[in-house]
Design a protein around this ligand. Structure first.
Ligand code: IMP
Length: 211
């Protein structure tokens, strides 16, 4: 394996991915660096489905090992919405100020114990031999009562972390990497990939011995 492609066009995500996967023996490159662009129809019914669809589509296009992620916010009081539709919730072009205010309005008067929510991230890896690996990370919290904080993106300003006494938009980037759903899923995937690379090394050593 000479390199892995991470199927994202998001540079912010790529920085985080590179930091966490830095000690893998193979470099991880973005779609842009690999010179690939593709429209992917994310029509799965779960974060796992969508991450696998993205990774498999680019793997089939390039013949190289590909990583992809899918993530979103699940709000228990809203039966898990926006969930896999987090990016598309109220329309892709609607600002997060409007989306976040709409969430606060729907939870108006709801007590803290019923405001539980989590960010979910699933990473999938599709290998040219057909192997699929997946890892899942979550960050638990509650929906706050106001929009707070300027860091992060998306739903961070309404996602309150009771243990930190702040929203995820008030965490520094390093703190968020430590705690976040994406950080956890990436670290798990790093371990799965290391195991897999060790296994392939052992297999090729066995083959060499047999020859
Ligand atoms: P995707 O995984 O790039 O498809 O993004 C899913 C959507 O989930 C994003 O557009 C955000 O709305 C939301 N989301 C995922 N992770 C985070 C996060 O760490 N903070 C805030 N919003 C997030």
């Amino acid at each position: 394996m000479e390199r892995m492609i991470f199927a994202t066009g998001n540079e912010g995500k790529m920085r985080e991915i590179r930091m966490i996967l830095a000690d893998l023996e193979v470099p991880v490159v973005s779609m842009k660096e690999a010179g690939i662009s593709a429209e992917i129809n994310e029509n799965g019914k779960s974060f796992e489905d969508n991450a696998i669809i993205k990774a498999r589509t680019i793997m089939e296009l390039t013949g190289e090992p590909v990583l992809a992620d899918d993530s979103g916010l699940e709000i228990d009081y809203l039966d898990g919405a926006p969930g896999i539709y987090s990016a598309r919730y109220m329309g892709e072009d609607t600002s997060y100020d409007i989306k976040n205010q709409a969430i606060l309005d729907q939870l108006e008067g709801v007590p803290d114990e019923k405001r539980t929510a989590r960010f979910v991230c699933v990473i999938a890896c599709a290998m040219p031999d057909g192997t699929i690996l997946t890892s899942r990370g979550t960050m638990e919290g509650i929906i706050g009562h106001e929009i707070r904080g300027k860091n992060g993106f998306g739903y961070d300003p309404v996602f309150y972390l009771p243990d930190c006494c702040c929203t995820s938009a008030e965490l520094s980037p390093d703190q968020k990497n430590d705690l976040s759903h994406r950080g956890k899923a990436l670290r798990l995937m790093r371990e799965l990939l290391k195991e897999r690379m060790e296994e392939s090394k052992e297999e090729s050593q066995e083959e060499n011995k047999a020859e």
